[in-house]
Design a protein around this ligand. Structure first.
Ligand code: HBI
Ligand code: FE
Length: 280
């Protein structure tokens, strides 16, 4: 989802539970909506092999997400829960940060129930079912990434009390949404915002314009981001294990304080100590 957009309201919309979840009501999707999912799915599936981290394709496979039509969350959850204990719950769209982190900390991923309109195929602000389920859910079948997402949720609940949500949202943005990863000698995409984007899944790996910088927790949390354009900077992790270990082993409180004393960075900025990585 486009992290960093906090919800306009702080009470659940009509029909939603206290945790903002709503019934998916899978039977109510129209044939045209299912066809839109199939179009988006086919478009991304045609360009991801060789560009996306193998664990993503493994997730598509074990979660049977190649089945035509918008996935029925009850069916999806039977596979997903058996793999890593995660489940997907439907929500109307963006939920407040605290609600979001509470769900992640409990291995629940909240997914938009709606699917984008035909005139929004290439971009929409709010997370729809394609961005959330195609973009985010396959990696929740990977045990290490599944652990990272829960650790992130727990960190978010702590960050909320330390007033450090903005810094933590940057970590989510530059990993879960727009992260790149080394895979053998090449770069692959894993961030849901790239994986679910027709244009950015090419741009992120091949365009000379954006910087690709070796992942560093402090550097990422100092770096602002824009939500409505292709990214000007991508951060590259060596492995999901490294990302998980840094998140679990870091005491974030002193890190937040250290960052407070440093100037914030624009995504276009480069520091002398940055490890710059060339596209393949
Ligand atoms: N709500 N439905 C939904 N999905 C998200 O990814 C999401 C959210 N609310 C807040 C949020 N993400 C961000 O603040 C976090 O990414 C930090
Ligand atoms: Fe997302």
């Amino acid at each position: 989802m486009k992290a960093g957009l906090s919800h306009a309201f702080d009470t659940p919309p009509p029909g939603a539970a206290a945790d903002w979840t709503i019934p998916q009501n899978w039977a109510a999707y129209t044939a045209e909506e299912h066809a839109r999912w199939d179009l988006l799915f086919a478009r991304q599936s045609a360009q991801l092999p060789g560009r996306v981290v193998p664990a993503f394709l493994e997730g598509l496979d074990v979660l049977k997400l190649s089945k035509p039509g918008i996935p029925d969350f009850d069916e999806l959850n039977a596979h997903l829960k058996a793999r890593t204990g995660w489940t997907v719950a439907a929500v109307p769209g963006l939920v407040p940060d605290a609600v979001f982190f509470e769900h992640l900390a409990n291995r629940r991923f909240v997914a938009g129930q709606f699917i984008r309109r035909a005139d929004q195929l290439d971009y929409l602000r709010e997370p729809d079912v394609f961005h959330d389920v195609f973009g985010h859910v396959p990696l929740l079948a990977n045990p290490v990434f599944a652990d990272y997402m829960q650790a992130y949720g727990e960190g978010g609940l702590r960050a909320a009390h330390l007033g450090a949500l903005e810094k933590l949202a940057r970590l989510y943005w530059y990993t879960v949404e727009f992260g790149l990863i080394r895979d053998g000698g090449s770069l692959k995409i894993y961030g849901a915002g790239i994986v679910s984007s027709h244009g950015e899944s090419i741009y992120a790996l091949e365009d000379a314009k954006p910087h690709r910088i070796g992942f560093d927790l402090k550097r990422v949390m100092r770096t602002r981001y824009k939500i409505d354009a292709f990214q000007a900077a991508y951060f590259v992790i060596p492995s999901f294990e490294t990302l998980l270990r840094q998140t679990v082993e870091t005491d974030f409180a002193p890190l937040y304080e250290a960052i407070e004393r440093l100037p914030e960075l624009e995504p276009e900025d480069i520091l002398p100590e940055d490890e710059l990585i060339r596209p393949a």
